[in-house]
Write a protein that binds this ligand. Structure first.
Ligand code: ATP
Ligand code: MG
Length: 459
C-alpha cells in the first residue's frame, strides 16, 4: 500500500524478521505498531507474529524472556530493546469473558488475524515480500476512520469483556468513529465487561487520557452503558443543569474540562472528576432562582477518593487527584491580601499549585461562554503567587526560623503533639505577618501559645 512502508521500519525490527527467516521461519509485523505506522503516527512499540513456536524462538534468539509462553508470547531483547514476538495462534471459547479456555497455534497468518479485536488491528505486513495482509478491510476502515470489530461485534465483545473498553479507547486515541453495528454490540456484552478487573479498566482509562480529546472515549462509554457499570456517579451528571454561568450541563462541562486539561493523564482524571460531587449537592436557591452546589468540592473529593481507591490508582495518583478536586473552586478576587494569597498556597500545598491553576484554567474555559474576566483573575492570582513566593516568606512549617527541637528546648517540653500544634500556630501568625519569622520573636511567641493551650511547660 505505502511505498515507504519498508523504509519506515526500524532496522532492529527488520533484523529480527531476518533472523527468523534465516532459521527457516516467517515473520510479520502486526498489531498496534503496524497500525500506527500505516496511519503515519510514530509506533510506541512493535508486535511481531511468527510461525516459530516459543521453544524454536529460544533457539533463534540469544536473549528471550518467556513473558507469556502459554499464549505463545516471548520478549526478545535485541540491541538493548524489548520486542514482543508471538506465535501465530487461534483461540478457543471464552467461558469467563476474560481469557480464552484454550490457545492453539495455527499455521496461517490469516487465522491469527481472525482472533484479533478490530479490523485496523488485524492487518499484517511481511517485510520480506513487502506485502500487506488485510483480510477484514482494515485499510479501508482506516481511511474511513472507522472502528469495526473483526466479525460479529456481539460475539467478539461477548468473548472478552475488555474489548468494549478498548473500543471506547481507540475511538479517542485514533480519533475514529465507532461503526454503528460495532456500537450496537456493546450493550449486550456488558455482562462480560463486568468481569474485567479494576486494574485493567484503570489502564484503559489512562490510555484514553492520552488522546487529544479523551471525551470521545467517554461519550462512547456514556452512550453504551459502560459508564453506568464503571462510574454511575458520572452518569448522574448527564442532564444535570448548572447555574446560569454555564452553557453546558455538568456532564458536558466535565467533558470539556477534561479535554482542556492537557498535561498528562492524571490532570485529565482530575478534570473528569472535579465536579463529581455536583449532582448530589445541587439545590435551587429561593433568592436567586438558580442552582447552587454547596460544598460540592469537599463531597466530590470524598467520592473521587473512594472511586480511585476502588479502581486501584496508586496512592500518589489518588492523593494528587483528590487534592485537586477538593481545592478546584478558586474563589480569588483582587481584594485578597498577601496574607490571603499565602494562606491559599499553604492550603493547596506548594506541590499542587501549578496543577491546580491549570485545572482552574480548564474549568473556566469549559463553561462554554466568554470567560475573559475569569481568566484575567486567574492570571492575576498566578502573578501574585509568584510575587509572594519571590519574597521568600514562610509558607510551611519547615520554612519557619525555629524547628521542633528549638521549641522543645526553649519551652522545656517533651516531644509530642503539642510541639506540632505550637509550630502550626506560629506558622498561622507568620502567614499574617512574615516579619515575625525571626527566631527570638517566635520563641517568645511560643511561650504565649503554650500558655493559651492551657498546658504549662512540663518535664
Ligand atoms: P496499544 O499498544 O496502542 O495499546 P495495540 O493495538 O497495540 O494498542 P496491544 O494490547 O498492544 O494493543 O495488543 C496488540 C494487538 O493484539 C492488537 O493490535 C490486537 O490485534 C491484539 N489484541 C490485543 N488485545 C486484544 C483483545 N483483548 N482481543 C483481541 N485482540 C487483541
Ligand atoms: Mg501494542
Amino acid at each position: 500500500m505505502s511505498p515507504h512502508l519498508a523504509a519506515s521500519i526500524p532496522a532492529p525490527v527488520g533484523e529480527l524478521c531476518d533472523q527468523l527467516r534465516r532459521a527457516g521461519y516467517r515473520a510479520w509485523l502486526v498489531g498496534g505498531g503496524l497500525r500506527d505506522l500505516l496511519m503515519q503516527r510514530s509506533p510506541k512499540d512493535w508486535d511481531l507474529a511468527t510461525d516459530a513456536t516459543p521453544p524454536e524462538m529460544k533457539k533463534v534468539f540469544r536473549r528471550v524472556i518467556p513473558t507469556g509462553i502459554a499464549h505463545g508470547t516471548v520478549t526478545v531483547l535485541h540491541r538493548g530493546e524489548p520486542y514482543e514476538v508471538t506465535t501465530l495462534r487461534g483461540e478457543g471459547a471464552y467461558s469467563d469473558g476474560r481469557r480464552p479456555d484454550s490457545v492453539y497455534f495455527v499455521r496461517n497468518i490469516e487465522d491469527d488475524l481472525a482472533r484479533r479485536d478490530f479490523t485496523v488491528n488485524a492487518i499484517a505486513y511481511d517485510p520480506l515480500t513487502d506485502r500487506l495482509i488485510d483480510p477484514f478491510g482494515g485499510l479501508q476502515d482506516m481511511r474511513a476512520r472507522r472502528l469495526r470489530t473483526v466479525g460479529s461485534a456481539e460475539e467478539r465483545f461477548g468473548e472478552d469483556g475488555l474489548r468494549v473498553l478498548r473500543a471506547a479507547r481507540f475511538v479517542a486515541t485514533l480519533a475514529f468513529d465507532l461503526d454503528p453495528a460495532t456500537e450496537a454490540g456493546i450493550a449486550p456484552a456488558l455482562r462480560s465487561f463486568e468481569c474485567v478487573s479494576r486494574e485493567r479498566v484503570r489502564d484503559e482509562w489512562l490510555k484514553a487520557m492520552a488522546a487529544e480529546q479523551p471525551s470521545r472515549a467517554f461519550e462512547v462509554m456514556r452512550r453504551t452503558g459502560i459508564l453506568t457499570v464503571t462510574c454511575p456517579e458520572l452518569m448522574k451528571q448527564v442532564g444535570c443543569a448548572q447555574n446560569r454561568y454555564h452553557a453546558y450541563d455538568v456532564w458536558g462541562h466535565s467533558m470539556a474540562c477534561m479535554d482542556a486539561c492537557g498535561s498528562g493523564p492524571i490532570h485529565r482524571v482530575a478534570g473528569l472528576l472535579h465536579d463529581i460531587g455536583k449532582p448530589q449537592t445541587r439545590a435551587l436557591s429561593d433568592k436567586t432562582q438558580d442552582f447552587t452546589f454547596y460544598n460540592h468540592e469537599a463531597v466530590g473529593a470524598e467520592m473521587a477518593d473512594d472511586w480511585l481507591r476502588e479502581y486501584r490508582f496508586s496512592n500518589d495518583e489518588r492523593r494528587r487527584v483528590v487534592q485537586l478536586v477538593r481545592h478546584h473552586l478558586i474563589c480569588y478576587s483582587s481584594d485578597w491580601t498577601d496574607a490571603a494569597v499565602r494562606r491559599f498556597i499553604k492550603r493547596v500545598g506548594d506541590d499542587h499549585l501549578e496543577d491546580l491553576l491549570a485545572l482552574g484554567r480548564a474549568d473556566v474555559q469549559a463553561k462554554g461562554r466568554p470567560v475573559e474576566e475569569e481568566l484575567r483573575l486567574l492570571i492575576e492570582l498566578e502573578e501574585r503567587i509568584a510575587t509572594v513566593r519571590a519574597a521568600g516568606s514562610a509558607m510551611g512549617v519547615r520554612d519557619l526560623t525555629v524547628s521542633g527541637k528549638d521549641v522543645i528546648r526553649h519551652l522545656n517540653i517533651r516531644p509530642g503533639p503539642l510541639v506540632g500544634r505550637v509550630l502550626d500556630a506560629l506558622l498561622e501568625r507568620v502567614l499574617d505577618d512574615p516579619e515575625l519569622n525571626q527566631k527570638e520573636a517566635l520563641l517568645e511567641l511560643s511561650e504565649k501559645i503554650v500558655e493559651r493551650e492551657g498546658e504549662g511547660p512540663d518535664g
